[in-house]
Design a protein around this ligand. Structure first.
Ligand SMILES: Cc1cc2nc3c(=O)[nH]c(=O)nc-3n(C[C@H](O)[C@H](O)[C@H](O)COP(=O)(O)OP(=O)(O)OC[C@H]3O[C@@H](n4cnc5c(N)ncnc54)[C@H](O)[C@@H]3O)c2cc1C
Length: 383
């Protein structure tokens, strides 16, 4: 029997998108979220056209486009000289080439748009303050014939699946902070996403229209045993940041000293493993394949997963649909992981490789760099 009612664990991007996509197919859901209130940290998110297209189909995109920024381009800039190395066109170009917009926004904006859509949907019921244990699933309004683990990189639901992924430290740390629009240096760009590149680190910077601030993420190789997100960096962790940015342009590194509310964010990823049990349970989003943010596609993949899962379970018996869903999604996720690993290598290159990278990139026309991304941004998920 195709699915009729789902229990979804986790109300992040993956879980909320899945609930909306299932409802389009007439499948109801109970969504269980451990947090008693859904609040997002003060961080930004880039939503690429492959995800924007889905959000449009689910009736959510209009709630974002009024407030987000559609950057004119994504620019790669030298972290030492501040010279532009290359750029990928976006803005109207993205809409024309990939059939949907590319936007940057505050995470809370996306979360609240998804939550509003879920709240307005009679087939979706959200339960807050409901932490779920994999061994003891909750009672649902109706018996659930589909159990969706959308519970993030530290997923509990994995325990229901033999050979499922585990979380491992990636060797990278993200330091997240904001720079207020008033105190931003002159070279900060209000129309574009800027990715500053330097040896062993990179720094992503883009303006958030909702707050008037710049969202900043510095990513460096580093050590961390802890997996506490949202913690303020201690003295050693701040020194780690400074040492990785040694030799960078002082105008950039000075921002670290001034940054208020900096978050130290060790990056964990999911190891390869099974996403489903061939019966009724499936993992999506970070629970299945948390990846490094080098391609800025984690949330986009969570959105694609939720949307495509609905198409599979609405048209076939669930036990048959889940392995097919996994087989369909894994090659794309693997390819994105490879792309992320390539970006990591290129972004953090040192010495002669860095010089070679800059020469090769600067010789490539923007259109040709955009063509490299057709398979990511031009993907049309089937829901
Ligand atoms: C620095 C950084 C920058 C990024 N930038 C981008 C970007 O620009 N673009 C992009 O597409 N992606 C980006 N990502 C990736 C993206 O943020 C994630 O991939 C995405 O948010 C994952 O969504 P999710 O719903 O799978 O998991 P989560 O957002 O982790 O949601 C899981 C939910 O499940 C709940 N939960 C967990 N356990 C339980 C339980 N036992 N019971 C009930 N509820 C539970 C949690 O409280 C949470 O609400 C970035 C990531 C990082 C770290």
């Amino acid at each position: 029997m195709p699915a009729e009612h789902a229990a979804i664990i986790g109300a992040g991007v993956a879980g909320l998108t899945a609930a909306l996509a299932l409802s389009r197919r007439g499948i109801s859901s109970d969504i269980f979220e451990q947090a008693s209130e859904l609040t997002e940290v003060g961080a930004g998110l880039q939503i690429s056209p492959n995800a924007a297209h889905i959000l449009d189909d689910l009736g959510v995109l209009d709630r974002l486009t009024d407030v987000w920024l559609e950057p004119q381009s994504i620019r790669l800039i030298s972290g030492t000289s501040l010279r532009k190395i290359a750029s990928v066109p976006s803005g109207p170009f993205a809409r024309a080439r990939w059939g949907a917009p590319y936007g940057v926004l505050h995470r809370a904006t996306l979360q609240s748009a998804l939550l509003t859509a879920v709240a307005e949907n009679p087939l979706c019921k959200l339960h807050l303050g409901a932490r779920i244990d994999a061994a003891a699933l909750p009672d649902t309004q109706r018996p659930a014939d589909l159990i969706v683990g959308a519970d993030g990189v530290w997923s509990q639901l994995r325990q229901r699946i033999d050979g499922s992924p585990t979380a491992r430290f990636s060797g990278n740390i993200a330091y997240r902070f904001t720079v207020s629009g008033d105190s931003a240096p002159d070279f900060f760009d209000r129309e574009n996403v800027s990715v500053f590149l330097g040896p062993a680190a990179h720094l992503v910077c883009y303006p958030l229209r909702e707050t008037g601030n710049f969202n900043m993420v510095a990513i460096v190789a580093g050590n961390s045993g802890a997996h506490a997100w949202l913690s303020q960096p201690n003295e050693t962790q701040r020194e780690q940041l400074s040492s990785r940015f040694k030799g960078w342009n002082r105008a950039l590194t000075a921002l670290f000293d001034k940054a208020d509310g900096m978050n130290f964010w060790p990056l964990y990823e999911a190891t390869p493993g099974k996403w489903q049990d061939g019966r009724d349970t499936v993992l999506i989003g970070d629970a299945a394949h948390a990846m490094m943010p080098f391609a800025a596609q984690g949330a986009a993949m969570a959105i694609e997963d939720g949307y495509e899962l609905a198409g599979f379970v609405a048209t076939r018996p669930v036990a048959e649909a889940l392995p097919l869903f996994e087989a369909h999604r894994v090659p794309r996720i693997n390819r994105l992981r490879q792309r992320g690993a390539f970006n990591q290598f290129a972004y953090h290159a040192r010495g002669p490789i860095r010089i070679g990278r800059d020469i090769v990139l600067s010789l490539r026309p923007p259109q040709s760099l955009a063509a490299d991304l057709d398979w990511v941004y031009g993907y049309r998920a089937v829901g």
